[in-house]
Each structure stands twice: as C-alpha cells, then as structure tokens.
Ligand binder design. Sequence first.
Ligand code: FAD
Length: 464
Amino acid sequence: MESRRSPIVIGAGPAGLTAALRLAQRGVTPRLLEATGHVGGLARTPRSGDWCIDPGGHRFFTKSEEVMDLWNALLPPDQWLSVPRSSAMLVDGEYVEYPLVGRDIVTKLGIGRGLRGLSSFALWRMLRSTSPGGQPANFEEWGVHEFGRYWYTTFFDGYVRKTWLADPAELASDWANQRIKPIDWAVRRTRRHPSEDVFRYPRRGPGQLWDAAGAALVDAGVTPTLNTRVVRLWEHGGTWYVELHGGEVIKGDAVFSSMPLQSLVKALPEAPRKVHVAASTLRHRGLITVAVALSDHHEIPFNWVYTPGGEFSCGRIQNYGRWSEDLHPAGWGGTFLGFEYFVRPDGDLMAADESSLSEIVEADIRALGLGASRIEQVMVLRSQCAYPVYDPVRERSVGRIRDYLRRRYPTLHPMGRNGMHRYDNQDHAMMSAMQSVAKYFGEEVDPWQVNVGRDHHETGVLRR
Ligand SMILES: Cc1cc2nc3c(=O)[nH]c(=O)nc-3n(C[C@H](O)[C@H](O)[C@H](O)COP(=O)(O)OP(=O)(O)OC[C@H]3O[C@@H](n4cnc5c(N)ncnc54)[C@H](O)[C@@H]3O)c2cc1C
C-alpha cells in the first residue's frame, strides 16, 4: 500500500528535510527537490576551509519533545554544545544588556539620560493606565506605551527601522509582545531557569544538523535532488504534476511545499485572481551576513550585539567565538564576527559587489572600535527570503490563500517559515512538517495551528 504513495517535497531546509525523514520512517520514499546546491535552507552552514558561518545565529530551543527527539537522533551528544545566552544593545559605545534591565538602563548611559528615560517611562505608563485602549495600532505605539518614548527611541526605533526597512508606525504590533520582553525592574535579579539561560548548538553550526539529516535520508534511500527549482505545479484527477526549471515534469500523489507561499501561488496556474492578488502583497526582507575574522582578540562578552544607532549600517553583530570554537580553525586566537545587513530582496545592496560591501563592513568595524585589527578572512552570504514581513495586510492575505488551498487542494501541504509566510524558528518549521505528514496519513491535525498560540512562543527574546 505505502509503496503506491509518491509524495513530492519542495525545499530541503529544516521543514522539507523533516517531512522527508518522517515519510521515510513510515515506509514512503518521497522525491525531495531543492533549488540550491545545498541542504539546510536558511539554517545551513557555509564553509571555507575550517571557517564556518552561521547565517543568523541559530539557537536550538524547543518545547516539542518530538523535535528534540529528532535532533538527538540526528547528532550524537558530543556534537551538541550548551551555550550560555547573552545579548546586548550597543548604544553610544556602551553595551546595555538585553533584555533590558532597569538598573542598567538608568545608570549605563549616564544618570541624566537615565532620569529622562525614567520620567518618560513613568509618564507613558500613567497615560496607559488612564486611557486603557485596545490593541496598539502599530509597533511604534506599542513600543512607546511599553518603554516610554525616550527608551523606545534609544533602543528600538532605529533598530526596527533597520531590520524591517520600514517606519515602525507602519508595522503591525501583534508580534512585538510575543518577542520583546518588558524591562526587568527587580532590584536583585533572580536568575532565570537554567534551561532559559542556555541553548543547544551543533559544534559546527546549524548546518551540521541538517547535513546529518540529508545523510540520514540518503541512508533511507532518499537522495535530495539539488539545483532543481520547481516552477509550476498543477493537479489533475488526484495526481500532482510538478514542473522543474529545466522543463521536466514529475508526478506525485501529494506535494509538501516549503517554497515561499507567494511563489507557490504564482506556480499554480489555476489559482483565481483574488488569491494571486493576496499572494502579491506578501513581502520578504533579505539578509546579507558578512563574516569577518579579525587577527586580534577582543573581549565582547555577548553572543549577539544589537546596533540600533545610525553610526552602524548593520543591525546586529554575531560573536561567533561565543557560539562555538569549532566555527574557526583550531587554536586560532582572533575575533570572528558576523555583521548582519537587512536589505530589500531585490534592492541594490543585495546585488552589491564584494568591494562595496567591504567598505560598508570596514566602516562598521571602525564604529565598533576595532578598526586597528587586521582582517584575515571575509565570507559573504546572501539570503533573499530571510524574513516574512509582518505588515498589516499579512494576516488577511495569508488567511485568504490558506483557505483557498485547503478547500481546493487537500493534498497540497504548505509548511515551514516561508511556506506559510510566518516567523517560524526551526522547531516550528519542523512541527508544521511533522503535522503535514500526519495529515497526509489521515490524522486530524492542522499544521496552520503550529506557532499560533502562546504555547509555541519563547518569551522574551528580540528575535527577528
Ligand atoms: C537571521 C536569522 C536568524 C534565525 N535564528 C534562528 C534561531 O536562533 N533559532 C531557530 O530555531 N531558528 C532561527 N531562524 C529561523 C530558521 O532559519 C528557519 O525557521 C528555518 O530555516 C525554516 O526552515 P524551512 O525549511 O521552513 O525554510 P528554509 O530554511 O527557507 O528552506 C526552504 C528551502 O526551500 C528551497 N526552495 C525555495 N523555493 C524553491 C523552489 N521553487 N523549488 C525548490 N526548492 C525551493 C530553498 O532553497 C530552501 O532551501 C533564523 C532565521 C534567520 C534568517
């Protein structure tokens, strides 16, 4: 019976690999199609000799036992690190711990600025309590109510403009209170539960796990087909026809898709105009990660440093040395950093040549105060669809597409971060893949419910 099944999985990122593994575990051999030359998607780990870069600083964290079991099955315990989590905002040359701590923000930037922040915070809190309204209309309103205008402007406004490439007043606020923790005012801070203070991390970066998933699939008889982009698909009489970039058409009984939702709709010729219109409103931000190895050792005691100020072009800096020493050559003693630039997927910067990027990065290295260090190694990584944009039309557009696909194509399973156009971490992408496979086998589950309720959210981290 199972041998008559012939599902097609689009994309070999965390969602596609998980779906293929689950299918293989249930005795079904899927076709796994990947547009690029590698597996791992956004969570891959590009390498150059002994240098490995993580495109976005991938913490491994999950509340799902199923996900945890799969991670443990793919990599043995000695390949996992427990990494202490620490991040800061770099404001006017001072590292201010993030999530924000009351004592820190009042004193770190000078007592004058501390008092201004405090009085603005008190004023907005008072206004909030005297006019309790509904949901704030946009991100700026949410931030001003939460932190007061002064601290909102100091810590968040510039950062959000850089990362979302938009005016915070034009961004929806619904993701903010899931992602941004309020100020911690405790006089004596109680340590968070130890499991919240550390995260897991594969020694050689997130792609180590996804390469292991690819190898496990090959062992199970499923070899991912790389450099194979899906361009069109249609269904007729219960059979799916999937057209590849070169013109070949393959057939299957179901499709699991982690390609971006709007590309999926574009590839479905039969979708009605209103669904195409909804898909055309979905937007992404791109990301350029420039990894730079500096010859001198500089002590930066954080995994990530957020850089909201105008003196930096980057929005965030990863400090790879604090993630894993195996991301650089053994015994090397310099500073290995990843500068993150948030860009329009089709903008000039995404297409910029290495020398223009070098100028930008070198200016950021100087702004960080490390301009005197010699650059030993530079690696550039571009991710076009790094972030699904949360603007006010996203929810309605995604809902319209979801309802149409559900009704018209019960054997088409969108899954994962871009596949569902939402802010999934790896574990969410994996869970929607697992649930899509369960649905394919007739279980009553709804993968669209993954990462919707509060239970799915990790509280307190400024994640993007
Ligand atoms: C900067 C940054 C930081 C992050 N930090 C974390 C973190 O700390 N922790 C965490 O858990 N997660 C993090 N994530 C999220 C994580 O990367 C994603 O959740 C995960 O990669 C999503 O997996 P996916 O398979 O749904 O999508 P993707 O990883 O995007 O994979 C989709 C795959 O489909 C392929 N594809 C697309 N179109 C086609 C097509 N037409 N035909 C064939 N193949 C196609 C793509 O090439 C890609 O390989 C971060 C992401 C970013 C960008």
